[in-house]
Design a protein around this ligand. Structure first.
Ligand code: HEC
Length: 181
């Protein structure tokens, strides 16, 4: 091995070092490190993820059709007498109380009673009161219509809710056909 080979070897090491140093500098300039405010990946069940998620998501309700198929109108009426008649009337042409009259509400538009002063949230709802819409509404009114004037927590029991909806459906000269389960 002569001195030329040693020089070449040293030069190679030197060049490698310079390249390493320069790419490092370039890299640092290209990529600026920034701390994220929230973790980019939320880990299910981790406390931080729950805090970041904020408001709880609406729960998925079981389909209403099979529940309506075995719903009992009389049970629904009894539940309505307990939970709803403090605010609502259900007879044809009945007056509004705290809430609107509910005769023939199924299949009617959201905010179906002429002249009743509905909340802005209810007025913003479009489309008819379907069985699914009523199911969601009666499960948790404040989730279905944010800012609703109906001060009622909701009916959490799925069959009880279906019974009530079946009763509401019966309050019509022309009840909307039941969905096929
Ligand atoms: C504390 C009074 C109160 C109770 C109890 C109550 N409601 Fe209501 N309800 C209201 C008010 C007020 C509105 C109007 C909501 C709005 O404008 O946001 C309403 C609206 C409704 C609507 C929509 C009517 C429409 O014309 O679109 C339905 C359906 C309804 N209630 C069903 C029920 C049922 C069924 C119960 C019992 C399980 C019940 N409510 C219990 C006060 C009440």
């Amino acid at each position: 091995m002569d001195s030329m080979d040693i020089n070449k070897g040293l030069a190679a090491v030197l060049v490698a070092g310079i390249v390493f140093f320069v790419t490092g500098l370039i890299g640092m300039n290209l990529v600026t490190e920034k701390r994220l405010e929230k973790p980019a990946i939320a880990i299910q069940g981790a406390p931080a993820a729950e805090a970041a998620a904020g408001a709880p998501k609406p729960e998925a309700l079981p389909p209403i059709a099979p529940l309506l198929a075995k719903a009992d109108v009389a049970t629904g009426e009894a539940t309505v007498k307990k939970l709803c008649t403090s605010c609502h009337t259900f007879n044809e042409g009945g007056k509004a109380g705290v809430g609107p009259n509910l005769y023939n509400v199924v299949g009617g538009p959201h905010g179906h009673m002429e002249g009743f002063s509905y909340s802005a949230g209810m007025k913003a709802k479009t489309g008819p009161w379907t069985f699914d819409a009523l199911n969601e509404w009666l499960h948790k009114p404040s989730a279905y219509v944010p800012g609703t004037r109906m001060a009622f927590a909701g009916i959490s029991n799925d069959q009880q809710r279906a019974d009530v909806i079946a009763y509401l459906r019966s309050l019509s000269p022309n009840p909307v056909p039941l969905p096929s389960p």
